[in-house]
Design a protein around this ligand. Structure first.
Ligand code: FEO
Length: 399
């Protein structure tokens, strides 16, 4: 069996994007893959396509197995352009007998490509299609993470094509989880969850429950990005269970941006107070940490202590951007607090508090505002704030 064969007659035919470093605002330091899959059966079936820029790679991979014109069915599990960008070209080449998609998928395809004449075959949760020896069972996964998203489960082989769920932005020549460093895969999986799926955690819980109810015998989970889970499926399912419950570790993040180092001094004094309580603490200067890496840390933290200088009656732009990004991802079950240095108006702390409250983060301090440069007495106030927060977090785990 080749290293791209998931089971006899079932192949990975996607593309590897070694160079992509930004995915709509998410830093993809390790590139990504656009996974597409081919089943050679009585009805030859292609699951998803790839980003438009990688069309030739998809075609080369298919041609190594079969003439693309021999494909009978095309399944669109997800319409976002990283998977559908090559769809119009592939429709022209394949001219498939049927194009399977969810009801919302059909709408989205028409709204993207303006082709009402394609041979749509709309499927819903529970719909089954026989390919010959194999059967596809469809499962709609609305808003995971687009309205059109769905999974395709190959009953006879126990393979779940899971679209974006369980994916990682991780470019490798290997295709399976047991061929690479699993800790690296889990790290990229947590980053993916924190930056793509976090806000849909309640839906992930429902999805995990319905997959359990369906009693599927899942032997392999094949997402649309990164490696395929064939050995560590339980590891990623357990991680999704934990992340979607918003379970946190005993960890506090001090996230800050500073104009002339005063807010930075406050941050480090708060961090020193936190460390005195024994709580695990991470100092995160937004000048050097990308927002998507910060969100990965937010996923597992119990508290975020956020500091910013006041600039023009507002926030420094990096902090404003970060708070907006975090608000969209809807982290829950966390404590929060604000601090910052100011010169004359000092709105930053109030703005941070308002942003945290809007995110339904439990703001446990009024906020600490200090004028210009803090002296030792003021830094002791910061340290004390850190101690109070540390104790509160530890108590929350003991109660
Ligand atoms: Fe990988 Fe939602 O696209």
């Amino acid at each position: 069996m080749s290293n791209t064969e998931l089971a006899k007659g079932i192949y990975w035919v996607g593309a590897i994007d070694w160079d992509v470093r930004d995915f709509h605002g998410y830093s993809t330091y390790k590139g990504t893959t656009y996974n597409a899959f081919l089943i050679v059966d009585k009805k030859v079936t292609l699951f998803d396509t790839v980003k438009r820029s990688h069309l030739n790679e998809l075609l080369d991979n298919i041609r190594a197995i079969i003439d693309p014109a021999k494909i009978d069915y095309l399944v669109v599990n997800h319409v976002e352009m990283d998977h559908s960008g090559s769809l119009p070209a592939m429709m022209d080449i394949i001219k498939p007998e049927k194009l399977f998609c969810s009801p919302m998928g059909q709408k989205a395809i028409v709204e993207h490509f303006h082709r009402e004449d394609w041979p749509y075959e709309v499927v819903k949760s529970g719909s089954e299609v026989s390919l010959g020896k194999r059967t596809i069972q469809f499962l709609e996964t609305r808003m995971l993470h687009w309205p059109d998203s769905m999974f395709s489960y190959i009953k006879e082989d126990g393979i779940l094509f899971s679209s974006d769920a369980f994916g990682q932005h991780y470019a490798t020549s290997e295709r399976f989880d047991d061929e690479v460093d699993i800790s690296e895969v889990m790290q990229e999986s947590s980053k993916y969850y924190a930056n793509i799926l976090y806000l849909f955690s309640p839906l992930i819980r429902k999805l995990l429950a319905s997959v359990k109810e369906m009693n599927l015998d899942i032997k392999m989970i094949a997402p649309d990005h990164g490696v395929i889970w064939r050995t560590h499926q339980n590891k990623i399912l357990e991680a999704y269970d934990k992340w979607s419950r918003n379970e946190s570790d005993k960890k506090v993040l001090v996230i800050y941006d500073s104009m002339w180092h005063s807010t930075e001094k406050m941050a480090h004094a708060i961090g020193a107070g936190l460390k005195e309580t024994g709580i695990s603490t991470r100092m995160i200067n937004l000048k050097v940490h990308h927002r998507s890496d910060v969100m990965t840390q937010v996923l597992g933290a119990k508290a975020v202590v956020v500091g910013c200088s006041t600039l023009n009656n507002g926030l420094l732009p990096r902090m404003a951007g970060f708070l907006m990004y975090m608000r969209g991802l809807k982290p829950t079950n966390k404590f929060g607090a604000a601090f910052g240095s100011f010169g004359w108006s000092g709105e930053a702390v109030g703005l941070i508090n308002a942003a945290l409250e809007e995110m339904k983060i439990d703001v446990i301090e009024n906020g600490l505002r200090l004028k210009y440069v803090p002296d030792d007495r003021k830094l002791e106030e910061c340290k004390e704030m850190g101690r109070r927060i540390g104790k509160r977090v530890i108590e929350s785990f003991n109660s």
